[in-house]
Structures are given as structure tokens and as C-alpha cells.
Design a protein. Structure first.
Length: 87
């Protein structure tokens, strides 16, 4: 019910692959951690994941400057971001 009232901000198609790469790198990191002697690959995947995440959010904040300094979430399925409730 509360989710219907929140304001959603559409994300353009050219920004979405950054978050998709971030999620893919997180999944890869989780797999590498379970394999013996793959610490370096897990570390590299983790760094790449954070880099993609940072680039994604910087582009979102450039597109919607009013979202800066707010707690914001992203929906992978809906390709939208919204401001979290501040209670």
C-alpha cells in the first residue's frame, strides 16, 4: 500500500547494464569464494562490482540531482529507483 504512494524515477536503458554487470560480478565473486585458490579472482570480481555500482549511482544522481543525500533503492525488474521511507 505504501509502495503505491512512493514516487518512482525511470532509469534510461543505457544506465541499466551497469547495475546488471554489478550483480553479475557479485554472483561471480560468490562462486569464486567457494573455490580453493581463487581468492584473487574473488577480490577482482568484488572490486569490479563496486566500481559498476558506483558508476550506476553517479549516473542516476546526475540524471536526478534531487535524489542526492537521500536513501534510494533500485528495482532490477522494474528499472526504477525510489526514495526509501524516512521514519
Amino acid at each position: 500500500m505504501l509502495q503505491d504512494k512512493r514516487k518512482e524515477y525511470e532509469i534510461p536503458e543505457e544506465i541499466i547494464p551497469l547495475m546488471e554487470k554489478c550483480v553479475a560480478m557479485e554472483n561471480l565473486r560468490n562462486r569464486y569464494v567457494k573455490i580453493p585458490f581463487c581468492f584473487r579472482l574473488a577480490k577482482k570480481s568484488s572490486i569490479s562490482s563496486e566500481s559498476y555500482r558506483r558508476k550506476f549511482w553517479l549516473k542516476v544522481y546526475d540524471l536526478y540531482p534531487e535524489l542526492r543525500n537521500k536513501s534510494v533503492s533500485y528495482n532490477l525488474n522494474g528499472n526504477v529507483v525510489w526514495v526509501n521511507d524516512e521514519k
